[in-house]
Design a protein around this ligand. Structure first.
Ligand code: G6P
Length: 624
């Protein structure tokens, strides 16, 4: 502020007594010495103040023009300087000035207005007060400069700045007062904190007594509260801001004892004390802030610690769960592998079971057998396999008259001239020569069996071997008639089973049992007519017949050839080219059966491509 402290500042009076304020310790600052707080009707307003007048436009600031002194104020009242208070002149209605040039002249202006609003707490009081202080932003202070030489624009600006500074100080003091009232000994009125903003007048005498340099001391006292309705003399004044005119003007302005508007005089000691208090307050505030910060951080740290602990527990639980799930997964994986193996085994079993069931279906020879009749009305039994191969057996002679592969190709030869009418055998197929082969005996050519009607044997005695498994077959039976016995007096049972394998192979199993009381002997042959494309060079069909036989030690190969073919009634002249008989037979040594004995002659026919040799075929059949 440019002030120079010349001595100790007077300590603010805490007393509520309206006794005159002791101004003896109030220092008068050199640059303030010429300050004139009030300019009456006979006092000219210095130019700088006029300029200040223009600068301060706030309606609440009262820097009024010369005005009458005593009439509005009446008798001087005791000025009580409230500590830290802002003192407004009683004649200045707070915040009611429509403009700074207006001077209230109403009686109310002459009457000290005091409206006290008790507050329950310092904070509330301060907030209310600060609101009012905002309205008092332009708190009126008449500041004069006794130095007429300094009545310049510069001097006016300095005074204005001082006014602003004083306002700031007043606001600071008010703030400190609000928060530190108890520390500064601010008493409560009626038990409640009371904040007052007062502008009071100080008698000239008192001012003069305090310092000869003081021309006028204007400390207006006006209590400011919620309503500006009156003036109260606060007993709690402890700090006074005083602006005093130099004594040289006191004589001429005897009215300096009249309250001047908004004149306060700060005390440097008080300022120093307030600064220290403010620093202490800031330190305390900082400490409180730091303490709150520490508490907040501590709370945050504790919260984070709780979170860490919770998350750690959750993490452990999840790890445990993962381990359990991993173990379960591994167990399930092993179980799955076992189930896969089991499923594979079951699938294989199911596959074999399906094959077995299929084989059973094939083995059901009854379902695979069909009985038909030829054009002579003689029954024929057709045996088929699942692949479509077939064998046809006529009850006439028990002769296989047809053998076809799965493609329907006929594999046996049958003459186009064949006669299918007993008692002559059909030329072709596989006639059964029994009990005589050819003309070697007393019987007809190749015996009588091929010319007799056979029957289907539904209940044949079981075979010793397993040749019938997986094959379709039919059993035929021939028993000698009375006429037969006359020619050949040997009772017998002749059974033949014709089998068709799944691969199309054809097999014939003949069993001859002696049911006579005496032994007998016979010859036997499967007089098999094989079909060939060309007997000379059979390369067209590129197939090879494979013949296997059991109990048949002899083989007869026969072709009538060109000349005999022409002599045969039931044979075409050129058909010799397309046939060849290869007989499995027992001729050289007749079979002799004792009573009850049985003989078995087995023949198996297969067809393979011509590139196959017999050795290769045999290996193939054995699955090697
Ligand atoms: O005309 P068949 O009585 O059917 O006999 C046909 C042929 O069978 C066998 O091969 C005899 O060895 C032949 O001599 C006979 O010609």
């Amino acid at each position: 502020m440019g002030n120079k402290e010349e001595g100790k500042s007077s300590k603010p009076d805490k007393s509520s007594s309206p006794a005159p304020v002791d101004h003896t310790n109030i220092h008068v600052y050199p640059d303030w010495a010429a300050m004139q707080a009030y300019y009456g009707p006979r006092v000219a307003l210095p130019p700088y103040l006029t300029q200040l007048w223009r600068l301060v436009k706030h309606p609440s600031i009262y820097v009024g023009p010369p005005q009458p002194m005593m009439p509005p104020y009446g008798a001087p009242y005791a000025a009580v300087y409230s500590h830290g208070g802002v003192y407004a002149h009683p004649t200045v209605p707070i915040g009611l000035h429509p403009n700074v040039s207006g001077v209230p002249s109403s009686p109310a202006a002459a009457t000290p207005v005091s409206v006290e609003t008790p507050t329950k707490s310092t904070g509330n009081t301060d907030r209310g007060l600060m609101k009012k202080l905002k309205r008092f932003d332009g708190l009126a202070m008449s500041i004069g400069n006794g130095n007429t030489n300094a009545e310049s624009a510069e001097g006016g600006t300095t005074g204005y700045l001082r006014v602003r500074r004083l306002k700031v100080l007043v606001m600071e003091v008010m703030e400190i007062q609000g928060s530190k009232r108890s520390c500064e000994g601010m008493p409560n009125v009626g038990g409640e904190m009371r904040t007052e903003l007062q502008v009071s007048s100080v008698p000239t005498g008192e001012v003069n007594a305090s310092s000869h340099k003081v021309l006028g001391a204007a400390v207006a006292s006006a209590s400011v509260s919620g309503k500006s309705e009156g003036t109260a003399v606060s007993p709690s004044m402890s700090t006074a801001y005083e602006l005093r005119n130099p004594p040289v003007n006191s004589a001429k302005t005897s009215v300096t004892n009249i309250p001047q508007p908004c004149q306060v005089l700060p005390s440097e000691a008080w300022f120093q004390n307030e600064r220290e208090l403010k620093r202490e307050r800031r330190k305390q505030s900082n400490r409180e802030s730091a303490r709150r910060s520490r508490l907040r951080k501590q709370a945050e740290t504790e919260e984070l610690a709780h979170k860490v602990e919770s998350l750690t527990s959750e993490n452990l639980a999840l790890k445990s769960e993962i381990n359990q799930l991993t173990k379960k997964s591994e167990k399930l994986r092993l179980e799955n592998a076992s189930l896969l193996v089991l499923a594979y085994a079951v699938a294989k079993c199911f596959h074999f079971l399906r094959l077995f069931v299929s084989a059973l279906a094939v083995w059901d020879h009854r379902a695979a057998i069909e009985i038909t009749k030829d054009w002579n009305g003689i029954e024929q039994v057709v045996v088929r396999n699942p692949q479509g191969a077939s064998a046809r057996v006529s009850l006439h002679g028990g002769q296989v008259v047809s053998w076809r592969n799965e493609r329907g190709e006929e594999l046996l030869f049958t003459s186009s001239k064949a006669i299918f009418k007993p008692p002559k055998a059909m030329r072709g197929g596989i006639p059964i020569c029994f009990p005589q082969f050819g003309n070697c005996g007393s019987l007809e050519q190749h015996g009588f069996a091929r010319n007799k009607i056979w029957t289907v044997d539904d209940n044949p005695p079981p075979l010793q071997s397993n040749d019938s498994k997986g094959k379709s077959f039919v059993d035929l039976l021939l028993k000698p008639s009375e006429e037969d016995l006359k020619c050949w007096p040997h009772s017998f049972e002749f059974r033949v089973r014709v089998l068709l394998a799944t691969n199309g192979d054809l097999a014939l199993i003949s069993r001859v049992r002696n049911i006579n009381g005496k032994p007998f002997s016979f010859s036997f042959a499967y007089h098999t007519y094989l079909s060939v494309s060309d007997i000379s060079i059979d390369h067209e069909r590129k197939r090879t017949f494979v013949i296997r036989k059991e109990g048949l030690p002899d083989v007869v190969v026969w072709n009538p050839w060109e000349k005999k073919s022409k002599a045969m009634v039931d044979f075409g002249d050129e058909e010799y080219k397309h046939m060849v008989c290869v007989d499995g037979a027992a001729i050289e040594r007749p079979i002799t059966l004792k009573p009850g004995e049985e003989w078995t002659g087995r023949l198996e026919l297969s067809v393979v491509p011509s590139s196959f040799c017999s050795e290769h075929y045999d290996l193939q059949r054995r699955g090697l």
